[in-house]
Design a protein around this ligand. Sequence first.
Ligand code: GLN
Length: 264
Amino acid sequence: MNTRMLKMLATTVLVSLPLAGCATGDTTEVEGGAKIVEEGKLTVCTHLPYKPFEFNQGGEVVGFDIDLMDLVADELGLETKVFDTPFEGIQSGQSLNTGQCDVAAAGMTITDERAAVIDFSDPYFDATQALLTKTGSGISSMEDLAGKSLAVQVGTTGEIYAEENAPEDTTLRSFEDLALLAAAVKTGQVDAAINDNGVLYDYVKSNPDTEVVTEFDTGEQYGFAVKKDDNEALLETINEVLATAKEDGTYDEIYEKWFGEAKS
Ligand code: GLN
């Protein structure tokens, strides 16, 4: 194939992606101008499970992020509808661009790379990377993983941190979600796993044969996200709802409900 044909092919692929997005249906606007993909619903993309931010409980998706999304939905007179989809597509903007949902709520860290392809709300939660091992493993740092295996979750900031900071002879093993990653540690498939501190501390509460041995102070902040340059009105509502919830104590109540202690 010559270069011109290759270029044409590349153009076709690029052009067909946004079209495929439109084919999933047009958006409607609610009062105030926020765009939604399904009438009467605030459709929320997330990746399950990410307990306590979003997970299944008695056939229902619940969690910290979901409670905050319910506040946004209430404000707009909508009902929250959760759409479970792989994290890679959420953080790359694909889920929002193809109209799978109006907003992404997935314990997602605000990064410059992501902010180039999606629009983030104001930060709503602080996080840092942490290391999970079997209790009493003797591993307590990244250096201790030399010659050992480390589980990472696909598409996450933990994966990037491990790629940049794990010893050269550490074997990185990819897992699609948090449950598989944590189970790999518990069952001894891997020596350790890296993920956000909030979810790992939650996991060890009900799995005392595992422990969080260290944190890496990555200084992350979670943000909700909407389609890039497309839904300013929805973003504004989210930011207003967050600000109000922080002021009137609702945020703290939701925090205590899912983390079992007052926010420090
Ligand atoms: N906070 C991490 C990130 O944004 C992990 C998010 C997740 O796995 N849901 O990459």
